[in-house]
Design a protein around this ligand. Structure first.
Ligand SMILES: *[C@@H]1O[C@H](CO)[C@@H](O)[C@H](O)[C@H]1NC(C)=O
Ligand SMILES: *[C@@H]1O[C@H](CO)[C@@H](O)[C@H](O)[C@H]1NC(C)=O
Length: 826
């Protein structure tokens, strides 16, 4: 456009020759117009064109401006003369126009010189005319500002101080004026600002100045764009890329990810367990960002327990014990290679594991206790402690069963072992009390102790006889001092308390002190006979033996001992009837009319011994006429064995021997006088032979008979009286009658053994059956005896057995006598 305007102005100048009021750019043209008018001699014209016009573009109508005819141009062979310089402009003679021949670059033509003009001449021949033409080349903004390099690199430490300057390249713009380089911009301007310094040559020095601290950690690489701009229309610019690499300095300390780390670990964790991991980050680069970790605890032993690895793993290297430490504070430090550091801590809670058994401690202990100790007597005190916590440390204690002790919890962790019931040394003299304490952990741990406890004896047991009663037998006529047997008592207590002595309990037997019968050995319990016993006087007796232990006070018990005296055949039979007298004469009368078997009389004998020893047999040893009489071997009855004849002598004399059955047997003899006569005078006459004086004898005989009758009567009366009394008593006490030693003088009857009851105990009952007939002459005495012997013995096991019971029954037998019968019935 500019070009066209100039050409248009040039075109107008010759035709108007006036003043053109043309805007700014046309002022110089006006100046040239006046010049043209002054040099019309030569002719001079000026044009102004923009550079870079296309070839053939019209510069100006030279013919018109010079006022030349086109013919003149042709005839004058007008031509452009430039000398040596390049012909940029050509002359078109046909049209009288100046045209662009070569592209004109103002910058190449003039550089920075202004104004830039092409001077040449138009030369005409015939006549020779010379016209000066000046073509001013005006600038067109055809060059952008340019930098030498398209990029620029800086390495700037992030520690660079504010205000640091960094020189940048200048840009070049070949254009001039407003089309030349006008300004620079730098973007972005976060850290740097652009600063321009005008220089002497008019150019500018371009610098960028650090206005904000660099931080590699924020922005390590920056890219800025420096733009240089001209003032042309349109505006042109050139850029250079500025790359800044921020160099690291160790300006960042490591930083832990947490201020406090928390972790939990069970106390029995093995070595090598990972406790926790920590990490610290360092924003710096390279070695400045390389972090190492340390445990900084010093004296508390933490550093021996834990180890921190290169990457921040905390490893357990020792053994943890909840009971020692329930938590740990591990101080940790992170240090980079530049020496900057950060610290943090790990709060490590140790959790309890049931790893401790209860610990039982005996505070006090008795080694023995009396068996009569009161209930709740304290035997031992123990304390139990479990270092574990919570349920792992809660303990309960138990004891073995079936012992007379109990465990009681007193205050926390203290227990007392007390008697629960009275111990009995005789049952258990020693106890092993096992106390087991277990905690409540899962699994539960337990421990136990055993206390050995002796039970001390107390005299709480009386001696005990082996039997409830003793019975033993002694054969009569024993030697005094004979040891009969031994009683024995056992005392369950111990030592002195169990030492038994035997004491004879005082008492009387038949009015005589027991000690005169027997004695007891205090040590051995052997019972000795103190005298010789006589069965006929005492058949048995009882006494008590006391056993006494050595305790204080002593305990005693007693037992009944019964001694049975056994019979020996030490008594000969005694003849009760007929009464033997040395002076008087007694005879039994047998009438001559007596039949065979007539009972003449009966020999009555007793033996105070018993059993076989008192079993009597009768034998006729001598007789006047052996053929006339016989004696009943069992009953002693003397009977006739044939008819009495007149030839038989009146006076008969029989000798009867009575023998017992003892070993050896004892005997007694009796002489029986028998008178065979029909009347008393006959008898008397016959028996006068027996007397020395017949008259005297007659009287004497009479009185004797009278006296005999009286005596017999009295005897019978008293016998009946005694019999009645005895019968009555016997009835009343038939089960138990004891002979008190007052034996009846007359008559005396052997004892009667009776087995009473089924208990195996033999009660000795002496029954006296006395029966009587009014006729003493006809009275019968009869023994019914079994052949066996009665033996009562004390066998080894102490039970009394009756090997053979023997009964004797004494019966006065008379078939005609009712008294006798009634007695037998009883
Ligand atoms: C108690 O223990 C001891 C030793 O272990 C043993 O000799 C004794 O026989 C035991 N006593 C009882 C009553 O178990
Ligand atoms: C003998 O023992 C009995 C109990 O067995 C007792 O009642 C009695 O008093 C004792 N007698 C003597 C003399 O100690």
């Amino acid at each position: 456009m500019t070009r066209h305007k100039f050409s248009w102005i040039a075109l107008f100048i010759p035709s108007t020759t006036g003043i053109f009021l043309i805007r700014g750019t046309a002022r110089r043209v006006l100046l040239f117009m006046s010049l043209i008018s002054l040099s019309s001699v030569y002719g001079q014209v000026s044009y102004s064109i923009a550079e870079e016009m296309a070839k053939g573009s019209v510069v100006g109508n030279i013919a018109q401006d010079l006022g030349l005819e086109l013919k003149r141009l042709k005839s004058g062979k007008a031509r452009v003369f430039t000398g040596d310089s390049t012909e940029y402009i050509d002359l078109n003679k046909e049209r009288g126009l100046l045209l662009i021949k070569e592209r004109i670059d103002r910058e190449a033509l003039c550089g920075q010189t202004t104004p830039c003009a092409l001077d040449f001449q138009i030369i005409l021949q015939n006549p020779m005319e010379l016209y000066r033409v000046t073509v001013e080349i005006t600038d067109v903004n055809d060059n952008a500002p340019t930098f030498k390099k398209t990029e620029k690199r800086f390495e700037i430490s992030e520690s660079a101080v504010l205000g640091s300057k960094f020189v940048l390249d200048k840009a070049m713009d070949l254009d001039i004026g407003t089309n030349g380089l006008q300004s620079y911009t730098l973007k972005p301007t976060d850290n740097f600002v652009l600063k321009l310094h005008s220089q002497a040559d008019g150019s500018k020095k371009v610098e960028m100045v650090l206005q904000k601290q660099l931080d590699r950690e924020k922005e390590e690489n920056m890219s800025l764009l420096l733009t240089a701009m001209d003032g042309g229309e349109p505006l042109m610019s050139g850029t250079v890329q500025i790359y800044i690499t921020v160099l690291d300095i160790n300006d960042n300390a490591p930083v832990f990810t947490k201020a406090v780390y928390k972790s939990v670990i069970p106390e029995n964790s093995p070595k090598g367990t990972l406790v926790t991991s920590v990490s610290a980050s360092d924003a710096d680069k390279g070695s400045n960002g390389e972090v190492s970790y340390f445990i900084s605890n010093s004296l508390d032993g933490v550093s021996e327990l834990f180890h921190i690895e290169e990457h921040g793993d905390i490893i357990l290297v020792g053994e943890l014990d909840y009971e020692t430490a329930k938590y740990y504070q591990i101080d940790i430090e992170a240090v980079d290679k530049g020496g900057l550091s950060d610290s943090s801590k790990i709060i490590l809670d140790v959790t309890d594991v049931n790893d401790n058994s209860p610990v039982i401690t005996i505070i006090s202990q008795s080694t023995s206790v009396n068996e009569d100790s009161a209930i709740d007597t304290v035997i031992a005190m123990i304390s139990v402690n479990d270092p574990d916590s919570d349920t792992n440390g809660e303990v309960h204690c138990d004891m073995n069963d079936n012992i007379p002790f109990a465990i009681k919890s007193t205050t926390n962790g203290f227990y007392s072992i007390v008697t629960d019931s009275a111990p009995d040394r005789e049952t258990d003299s020693e106890y092993n009390i096992t106390v087991t304490c277990s905690d409540e952990g899962v699994p539960s741990l337990s421990s136990s102790i055993t206390l050995r406890l002796q039970i001390t004896d107390v005299n709480d047991n009386a001696p005990l006889f082996e039997k409830s009663s003793y019975e033993a037998s002694v054969i009569e006529n024993n030697s005094p001092g004979l040891s009969v047997f031994a009683v024995r008592a056992i005392d369950a207590d111990w030592r002195q308390n169990a030492r038994v002595s035997y004491i004879l309990d005082d008492g009387m037997i038949n009015g005589v002190a027991i000690s005169s019968y027997v004695s007891v050995n205090a040590e051995s319990g052997v019972i000795h006979a103190a005298r010789s016993f006589d069965y006929e006087q005492i058949k048995d007796f009882q006494f008590r033996v006391k056993a006494q232990d050595g305790g204080s006070p002593p305990l005693t018990s007693n037992v009944t001992v019964k001694i049975v005296v056994k019979d020996q055949n030490d008594n000969a039979p005694q003849i009760l009837y007929p009464v033997q007298t040395s002076s008087s004469m007694v005879a039994e009368i047998v009438p001559r009319s007596a039949d065979v078997g007539y009972l003449v009389t009966k020999v009555v004998a007793v033996d105070v011994d018993s059993g076989q020893n008192a079993w009597l047999s009768y034998k006729l040893v001598k007789a006047t006429d052996r053929a006339l009489f016989i004696v009943g071997a069992q009953n002693g009855e003397i009977r006739t064995i044939r008819q009495v004849t007149d030839k038989d002598a009146v006076k008969q004399k029989l000798t009867v021997i009575v023998e017992d059955n003892g070993q050896p047997s004892r005997s007694a003899t009796v002489v029986v006088n028998v008178a065979v006569a029909d009347s008393f005078p006959e008898v008397l006459s016959e028996f006068t032979d027996f007397t020395h004086d017949k008259d005297y004898n007659d009287n004497l005989t009479f009185y004797l008979v009278l006296a005999l009758a009286v005596v017999s009567f009295l005897f019978i009366v008293s016998l009946i009286a005694i019999l009645s009394v005895k019968c009555y008593r016997w009835r009343r006490d038939r089960m138990f009658y004891k002979s008190n030693g007052h034996l009846p003088v007359i008559p005396y009857y052997p004892p009667h053994y009776a087995d009473v009851g089924g208990t195996g105990t033999l009660q000795h009952v002496y029954n006296y059956e006395v029966c009587h007939t009014t006729d003493s002459r006809k009275s019968d005495l009869k023994y019914i005896r079994p052949s066996s012997q009665s033996i009562i013995s004390l066998d080894t096991n102490g039970t009394l057995s009756l090997r053979n019971a023997h009964r004797e029954k004494l019966v006065m037998e008379d078939p005609d006598d009712q008294v006798s019968r009634s007695c037998k019935l009883i």
